[in-house]
Design a protein around this ligand. Sequence first.
Ligand code: APR
Length: 237
Amino acid sequence: MLVTVLSGAGMSAESGVPTFRDVETGLWATTDPYEISSSDGWRRHPERVWAWYLWRHYMMKAVQPNDGHRAVAAWQDYADVQVVTQNVDDLHERAGSTQVHHLHGSLFHFRCDRCQSTYEGPMPEMPEPVETVEPPVCACGGLVRPDVVWFGEQLPAVAWDRSVAAVVASDVAIVVGTSAVVYPAASLPELAIQSGIPVIEVNPEPTPLSGSVTLSLRETAATALPELLQRLPALLG
Ligand code: APR
């Protein structure tokens, strides 16, 4: 059986990672998310964008996968599980998932914004969030940026192609913790529905998808996922 998991920021919420559209608290509470996750924002003030991503990079070291991540990893003993995530954290991998496709890049990869070469250099320490940090400079003179997809940028072609292939080959798609409003990622559950594949949504809140999926569970990831695989036969009838 091929299970495709389509996860968003809500997947990591119970690990203590704030979602994108929850109200940001603390230092960035008044920051416009577009300003720090867009190429425009990077051009205008790279030192603010770099500080925001550097903080998230370090924050990820302090958080752990939750029962939802661990359940998805455990499903690999019973099915072929492909994880397609909008998240830039590494919690699916740290929980043991081996087939993870990052549609929006990763907090753990960095590249030069001019020559695109991968940055392997030292990462400045960041014991607490600060509003600005100058990004490292590449040997070519370009600035080192996080290897994440900003608004208006293309998704990584390989991750996208593998995600589409996984969705159309699925026996069931589980959509977890996404507001389903950001495209093209949000088109993947729609593709599953149009292909006649059973789609189960796990989200404590309704989303634009809720009315069209096979089943929408108003539950959190860490609550619903540990039992979900065993419940599939009964849920899907
Ligand atoms: N379990 C499951 N779902 C949850 C939980 C939880 N514990 N907590 C919150 N959610 C749900 C929220 O109800 C919301 O629908 O997770 C969803 C999070 O939505 P967003 O914050 O919009 O995150 P996401 O859908 O991943 O955003 C998509 O937008 O900002 C860009 O690139 C960024 O990848 C991100 C994309």
